[in-house]
Design a protein around this ligand. Structure first.
Ligand code: SAM
Length: 275
């Protein structure tokens, strides 16, 4: 008998992968967590039935949520990651040569535990000397900080449960205040094909606080529709211009991809223009 796991992305659209094993299933205080072994993409983490990451394509998301801001800010020494309990964004942040401190604030310690148990390539930076790991609600953490970070990255789940506030205008204003005078915020903002409402909410919410707001895209096969967006709010620098030659070998990000990611198709431009 074949076993398949399906993420129902809309009531009329599902993404299915053939799987061989269930490695963990638990109800945490915050969400339903599952780790399964798929034939096509290796291990996969799901929260509340939604794909968070897989062995095979995690590099795209984690490089693109981190490296764009880290390479367009001239001196990104102090970084905050909200969410991101799988550790992939933290791995990317600490390997950037200019980053001196990266703090990860994840609400659900069980996600960190599962990543340590099943995703060694993602969980490799939790003990890095540059890393600090805090288990707390990111909104509460940000509200207490003023003018301290160069870059904030919001590596959140979809806007359901504890992540709802992470897509709100008041939260973006608190991020603005937690950043230094030339700081940058980047958030994952979902699929332009399936979540136009979320993109508008993030883009317009960020625009209310930040003088520069830009959206960029990346291709992520296991995320709904495969085309994914990220939105940047910047106090000063242009997030579309790479400034550093990152000496690390990356699998998706490079300066050409950086610039190209900000070139948007017509329907996405139209979505951002309509307010
Ligand atoms: N790349 C993923 C995606 O878009 O599918 C997101 C990965 S990461 C696992 C998302 C994390 O955000 C989850 O572990 C979740 O627990 C965390 N999270 C949700 N709301 C949060 C909050 N208010 N504060 C901190 N972390 C939060």
């Amino acid at each position: 008998m074949e076993l398949w796991v399906t993420e129902y992305q809309t009531p009329a659209l599902g993404f299915s992968l053939k799987m061989s094993k269930t490695l963990r299933v638990e109800q945490t205080e915050f969400q339903h967590l599952a780790v399964v072994e798929t034939d096509q993409f290796g291990r996969m983490l799901l929260l509340d039935g939604m794909v968070m990451t897989t062995d095979a394509d995690e590099f795209v998301y984690h490089e693109m949520i981190t490296q764009v801001a880290l390479n367009s800010h001239p001196n990104p020494q102090k970084v905050l990651i909200i969410g991101g309990g799988d550790g992939g964004a933290l791995r990317e942040a600490v390997r950037h040569t200019l980053v001196k401190e990266a703090t990860l604030v994840e609400i659900d310690g069980k996600v960190i535990e599962a990543s340590k148990a099943f995703f060694p390539d993602l969980a490799c930076a939790f003990d890095d000397p540059k890393a600090e790991v805090v288990v707390d609600d990111g909104t509460a953490y940000v509200a207490k900080r003023k003018g301290v970070f160069d870059v904030i990255m919001v590596d959140s789940t979809e806007p359901v449960g504890p992540a709802v506030e992470l897509f709100s205008a008041p939260f973006y204003q608190q991020c603005f205040e937690a950043l230094k005078d030339d700081g940058m915020l980047v958030v994952q903002s979902e699929s332009p094909f399936l979540n136009a409402d979320v993109i508008k909410m993030a883009y317009e919410g960020i625009m209310d606080s930040f003088p520069v707001t830009k959206l960029y895209l990346a291709s992520i096969p296991t995320y709904p529709s495969g085309l994914w967006s990220f939105t940047v709010g910047s106090k000063k620098y242009d997030p579309a211009q790479p400034l550093h030659e990152n000496p690390n070998e990356l699998k998706y990000y490079n300066p050409d991809v950086h610039r190209a990611a900000f070139q948007l198709p017509g329907f996405v431009k139209k979505l951002l223009a309509a307010r």
